[in-house]
Ligand binder design. Sequence first.
Ligand SMILES: *Cc1c(COP(=O)(O)O)cnc(C)c1O
Length: 374
Amino acid sequence: MQNIQMVDLVSQYKKIKNEIDKEIFSVIESAKFIKGPAVTEFQDNLAAYLNAKHVIACGNGTDALQIALMALDLKLGDEVITADFTFIATVEVIALLGLKPILVDVDPDTFTLDIKALEKAITPKTKAIIPVHLFGQAADMDKIQQIAKKHNLYVIEDTAQALGADYLFEDKRQKLGTIGDIGCTSFFPSKNLGTFGDGGALFTNNDELAEKIRSITNHGMKVRYYHDYIGVNSRLDSLHAAILKVKLRYLDIYNKARQKAAEYYDNAFKKCEKLAIPKRNNKSTHIFHQYTLKLKNADRAALIEYLKSKNIPAMIYYPVPLHKQKAYRMYDFNNREFPVTNSLSGEVFSLPMHTELTKEQQDYIIEHVLKFLS
Ligand SMILES: *Cc1c(COP(=O)(O)O)cnc(C)c1O
């Protein structure tokens, strides 16, 4: 049996090596490394896939979130609400821009924004909400859009972990990242659509926002050397666009492979009283960026240590809720407002999940998880 990894990018590459290598060499031979035709083509293909009017590629997913906020004309101290249970990037960019991060607790089943907590957090200074579609499934976008409309707030979807998932929004299936004002994603290698390095993108159906975003990613200019906004330098390199062009053609197949692996785990773990398998939100597909279980009445550290001794990697996403992070102490978050993230951070663990998992590998993982818990 092949070594088990959290993500197996080498095996995935080997299956499409010919297509990928051809695209990479064609960029090298053209020497159009920056803003080359591969970038435009990839943006167009992704826009068609998502049914989004505009896709603007950028340097990484964190930049995408920052650029989205920069495009909204917010003032210092304006409040932006996001989930307490996410990767740090989501809240980092709010703080970096001098906006005030307002964290809210999450739903214990889907790990996404808790709607009641969200409503409670809204003040006259609230300007935007950043729902995070964590682990591959959607936050409650119907309610979030209703709340945003009622209070005149922008919605920026953090789709870094859920690219390709869709959601039944107002009776129409839509890709995540295209429901709010702006969607942001990451092409970090291990993401569902990953390149061989860093990359990211923003999506929007709003022409004005698209024009502004395009300009901000390129030093705030529309006409060369005339700067209308304070911008950044954040580009997707042509080489990455070339790789992503190929991998986008496989995204649905990859996501299906993840779903199949998740179902296999589900069937093995659903009867174990010490494990809670990932719950599905009934409006969203779940594309399993992570397969995350909750552990009850068992020692998580000992389980992970045991699995490691059997050469099975397991990870904790996320061990510390954002409101407890040292760098964010100055915001004085009230620990009592986060009962769910406080308990989740002590219970969750994620098992290997990728497109190349074999039945043999999964059987081996399952056998040892259940053996430890029996
Ligand atoms: C990966 C990730 C990001 C950041 O993406 P990078 O490309 O690594 O900058 C942002 N938000 C979430 C939820 C992520 O998982």
